[in-house]
Design a protein around this ligand. Structure first.
Ligand code: F6P
Length: 551
């Protein structure tokens, strides 16, 4: 395997140490002053690619900071590791797997042979099957067992087998087929399944059981429940018209009772949180049609090409990653807020939570040594302008510094222009307010101009002061389309990758989810049968006892 040029601990690298020294100088910088000193700052600190525009000028950094960050990326071997990923090397070293979600969106004919297998041919063979199947369902040619066209699709999956398709289907609702209603059931909480089944008719419903492993407890329980519900209304032979599966596990699908002809496969080199481009995207292709699904893949591919070829200094995912790294390491940002100023990107923050936190929420390096700096910040957010009336107070005046990613489309998919003008005005105003703040001198002047007595001015001034100097990025696109959405997701995937390389963590495993799964199995058995108090602490025993008393 091609190794990054540095396997030193992060803090031992020359470039990290140079950044540490530089960060001491940067401590007193005010963005207001940086903008005043450089009229070209916006032009200098913005970058365009794959239909997206990134303004990162409202961060507490200058040209020297960027030089040092780029040097760090080079010293950590980001470019070599990027190339190794694209070429199918087994960079997921704890699972000994390649990481090839980029191959899922490469055009037909792209050359990629891994372990003697023509990956591009495999990918396009499945895409061809997706096209045939989705065309049949959308056109009404695929009929339910009583001869009626499908009206409702219920995707049963969790994590990457839910968040991606759900987020994309919501984001692309303007492109959706008018007859097909999409439902997503992920939670083992029966209320989730109950709500979906309450809305659908077994004669016209198609269930997609989506699970890479086909062993995930929640998905298996939900799939069995859906199957039993369906068989309460239809004969066994009807299953083939109403259940399809997306998985890497053919044997488990057969055992479940789904015809392998109704299985859409993918491969172990597709990580769950990177799988929306694979057959896991089947609900997307059903909703928007194969043509738009192809545009979605093409948008991501355009970002892949940008990431693969642009020099670090003009490479959008690299810059987003490096700026985020600077904020995390040197400005002590414990979390990042994602603020899509587009209601259709409602689930985008939730999607990024899995992408980023399941990838880089790690505290040992690829070699198993403890990391020597903080890693992934927490990711959270809601669409603007809703967040402004909820938690933006903390972002403006709280004691923590929380960088924000604003995301907006310049043109709406509706005709209510005045709404869109107001939306964009809010988005840009917030980024300006976070950067500029409002000094106590400005606040006093305002209060005096309102004619308030001096003691009232002094009493109120501290409360109305905004510290400002709070970093943000703004990502713009012309419109939210399948293509720009594909590019946007790929941008964040690669940002996550670059940060993982700098921290030298394996961004492609998720062992941290295992312990809870094992303990849940034991406790489930106790809730259904005999408690095993010797297995637990007094709190867990007490909780189990209370639940049993309520059954
Ligand atoms: O438990 C975490 C996880 O493995 C995620 O990484 C994954 O996206 C999710 O569960 C669902 O997994 P599967 O697609 O195998 O059901």
């Amino acid at each position: 395997m091609r190794q990054p040029s540095s396997t030193l601990s992060l803090t031992s690298t020359a470039s990290f140490q140079a950044l540490e020294t530089h960060a001491i100088d940067a401590e007193d910088w005010q963005m207001r002053d940086l903008f005043a000193a450089d009229p070209q700052r916006f032009e200098r600190l913005s970058v365009e690619g794959a239909g997206l525009f990134l303004d990162y000028s409202k961060n507490r950094l200058n040209g020297r900071t960027l030089e040092l960050l780029a040097a760090l990326a080079r010293e950590r071997g980001v470019e070599q590791r990027r190339d190794a990923m694209f070429e199918g090397e087994r960079i997921n070293n704890t699972e000994n797997r390649a990481v090839l979600h980029t191959a899922l969106r490469a055009p037909r004919g792209a050359q990629l042979v891994v372990d003697g297998q023509d990956v591009n041919a495999d990918v396009h063979a499945v895409l061809d099957r997706i096209r045939t199947f989705t065309d049949a369902v959308r056109s009404g040619e695929w009929l339910g067992h009583t001869g009626k066209p499908i009206t409702d699709i219920v995707n049963i999956g969790i994590g990457g087998s839910d968040l991606g398709p759900k987020m994309v289907v919501l984001a692309l609702r303007h492109y959706a087929h008018p007859r097909l209603r999409m439902h997503f059931v992920s939670n083992v909480d029966g209320h989730d399944m109950d709500a979906a089944l309450g809305q659908v008719n077994p004669e016209t419903t198609l269930f997609i059981v989506a699970s890479k492993t086909f062993t995930t407890a929640e998905t298996m329980m939900n799939a069995q429940t859906a199957r039993a519900w369906f068989l309460g209304h239809a004969p066994e032979e009807a299953l083939a018209k109403h259940f399809v599966a997306v998985s890497t596990n053919t044997e488990a699908i057969k055992t479940f009772g789904i015809d392998p002809a109704n299985m859409f496969p993918f491969w172990d080199w597709v990580g769950g949180r990177y799988s929306v481009w694979s057959a896991i995207g089947l609900p997307v292709a059903l909703a928007v049609g194969f043509g738009y699904f192809s545009d979605f893949l093409a948008g991501a591919h355009a970002m892949d090409e940008h990431f693969r070829t642009a020099p670090i200094e003009q490479n959008m995912p690299m810059i987003l990653a490096l700026v985020g790294f600077w904020n995390r390491e040197f400005l002590d940002a414990h979390s990042v807020t994602i603020a899509p100023y587009h209601q259709d990107l409602n689930r985008f923050p939730a999607y990024l939570q899995q992408l980023d936190m399941e990838s880089n929420g790690k505290s040992v390096t690829r070699d198993g040594d403890p990391v020597d700096t903080p890693t992934c910040p927490a990711i959270w957010g809601e669409p603007g302008t809703n967040g402004q009336h909820a938690y933006f107070q903390l972002l403006h005046q709280g004691t923590d510094l929380t960088p924000i990613d604003f995301i907006a489309a310049l043109r709406p998919a509706h005709e209510m222009e005045h709404h869109h003008t107001a939306l964009l005005a809010n988005c840009f105003a917030q980024s300006e307010a976070f950067m500029k703040g409002k000094t106590i001198i400005e606040v006093r002047a305002d209060l005096q101009a309102q004619g308030l007595p001096p003691e009232e001015v002094e009493r109120l001034a501290p409360h109305k002061t905004f510290p400002g100097n709070r970093p943000s990025n703004t990502i713009l696109m012309e419109r939210l389309t399948p293509s720009t959405l594909g590019a946007l997701i790929a941008l964040y995937e690669h940002k996550t990758f670059v940060q993982g390389v700098i921290w030298n963590v394996n961004s492609f495993d998720q062992w941290g989810v295992e312990l809870g799964k094992v303990l849940a199995k034991k406790i489930e058995a106790e809730l259904a049968g005999e408690p095993q108090p010797n297995l637990h602490d007094s709190s867990t025993n007490g909780l189990i006892a209370r639940a049993k008393a309520a059954f």
